[in-house]
Write a new protein. Structure first.
Length: 474
């Protein structure tokens, strides 16, 4: 524990939904839900206006629609979210070289290491300045917690939401934590929380009063001792600037089960290409290729193949994933596919393409015991969608072009040759409805076009703040 509140935790407020509200003036102050829009969709983020109706992240989109039928439901635009996140993380790194990102919208900062703060007054000033800089650069709000440890800084930002700052003075931790529910502490999930509640310890103060010996009896030595230390406000974990990635992976869930074997292989090839793009973006290569298949009955299988050396060659990953697919029975239908790479390194082995072309890799290995599907924990982690669920892509003709009408997703950026930039409000029955507006404008007018209107095209997102944003393909 530090003697000054120089650990900062930033948590952007309803990040995905807030980006959409900033980009779409007609949605400001209204309920917005971002996530998968199909029958298996899941909410990624809900605006604070939507949360008043009981909508929250990880909720099935169908349930959210029942709670908030008049909210705007939009597909995620992860390229734009990453671009805005990069801007925010750049501001954090100007404060200190020790920045520990937890996700696109959340990070710890060691203010002391960067000379940005050494006491309560300077820490508060740094937090206020950061929030103002984020607002000026992105138009968005973030909540800040300041404390002498990571645990308390994170609790502080949560208590400050939305759009606030809370500084926890060292020495006041126990007083602050005592009335809070035990679930506020890291590692206390629903099951542990219920176990403690039945034992008569519902608050953090109850944990302290119960004592370390009782918590060890209830939870075991490792968990009980750690929980008692946290209840006292003790947390000595340092802010770590870089985290070594253990794997890189992408996955898609389809609104309609895939039955055609050629179609499944096409999707695996596409996922392999996306996985390699993410692998290269992180400056990595990897030795082990992992395929994840969730079948129609929710059984989940993973297969893996370890190459002779690390690679970032898309052909190698694509061919290895294809070989792994050969060992999986997909005749009943496939609802989810994923491709991942593990055993990461920062160099590549140049002759692996020959290995892939020759099919010389080792035999595929099933992670599940015979007769039992592997659980989700054995799958490659890190969905590309944070709850996004993608519709099955349209069939294609022999030239590779879509055989049917174009698909327009709600929230998608578009540009019309006559009316300029806008976004898709909805589509169906051969028509697409577009609202023509952009960040910083007044709410725009709505027009409807045929889905195959040649003057309407997908476009890049516009900067959230004039000249200060980063255009990115959505």
């Amino acid at each position: 524990m530090r003697s000054a509140p120089t650990v900062l935790h930033l948590d952007m407020d309803a990040f995905f939904a807030a980006v959409e509200q900033a980009a779409k003036p007609s949605l400001r102050g209204k309920a917005v839900v971002v996530g998968g829009l199909g029958p298996r969709g899941v909410v990624a983020t809900a605006s604070y206006e939507a949360r008043r109706f009981g909508v929250h992240s990880a909720m099935p989109t169908a349930q959210a629609r029942r709670l908030a039928p008049n909210a705007a439901y939009l597909v995620p635009r992860f390229a734009l979210y990453r671009a805005v996140s990069d801007q925010v993380m750049t501001l954090l790194r100007e404060l200190s070289p020790l920045v520990e990102p937890l996700s696109l919208d959340e990070a710890f900062v060691d203010l002391e290491a960067g000379g940005a703060a050494e006491d309560s007054a300077s820490a508060r000033a740094a937090g206020l300045r950061l929030r103002a800089d984020i607002r000026a650069l992105t138009g968005l709000s973030g909540s800040v917690g300041l404390a002498g440890s990571k645990m308390l800084a994170k609790i502080g930002s949560e208590q400050a939401k939305p759009d606030g700052l809370l500084l926890i003075e060292p020495g006041t931790e126990r007083e602050l934590l005592a009335p809070m529910p035990v679930r506020i502490l890291p590692g206390v999930g629903p099951a542990t929380g219920e176990h403690l509640r039945r034992a008569g310890t519902a608050t953090v103060g109850d944990l302290v009063e119960a004592g370390e010996d009782e918590l060890v009896r209830l939870l075991g030595r490792t968990h009980g001792t750690a929980l008692f230390r946290m209840a006292l406000g003790r947390d000595d974990r340092p802010v770590v600037a870089e985290r070594d990635a253990k794997s890189v992976s992408v996955e898609d869930t389809f609104d309609t089960d895939l039955h055609d074997r050629l179609r499944v292989r096409t999707e695996v090839d596409r996922l392999a290409e996306r996985c390699v793009r993410r692998l290269r973006a992180g400056g990595h290569s990897g030795r082990t290729i992992v395929l994840k298949v969730r079948r129609y009955d929710f059984s989940t299988l993973t297969r893996s193949e370890t190459l002779r050396g690390p690679t970032d060659d898309p052909a190698v990953v694509r061919e290895a994933a294809g070989r792994l697919l050969e060992s999986v029975d997909t005749t009943g239908g496939v609802r989810l596919l994923g491709v991942g790479v593990t055993g990461l390194a920062d160099y590549t082995q140049e002759d692996l393409f020959a290995q892939a072309a020759a099919g010389a890799g080792p035999e595929p290995r099933d992670h599940a015991p015979p007769g039992r599907a592997a659980g989700d924990g054995a799958a490659p982690g890190g969905s590309d969608g944070a709850g996004e669920q993608r519709p099955a892509p349209p069939a294609r003709d022999r030239s590779g072009s879509p055989a049917g009408p174009r698909h327009w997703a709600a929230g998608q950026d578009v540009r019309h040759a006559v009316h300029g930039p806008g976004w898709v409000q909805g589509s169906g029955v051969g028509r697409v409805t577009v609202r023509f507006e952009q960040p910083g404008s007044e709410p725009g007018r709505v027009r409807t076009f045929p889905v195959d209107d040649p003057e309407l095209e997908p476009s890049d997102p516009l900067p959230l703040v004039g000249g200060g944003g980063t255009a990115a393909r959505g």
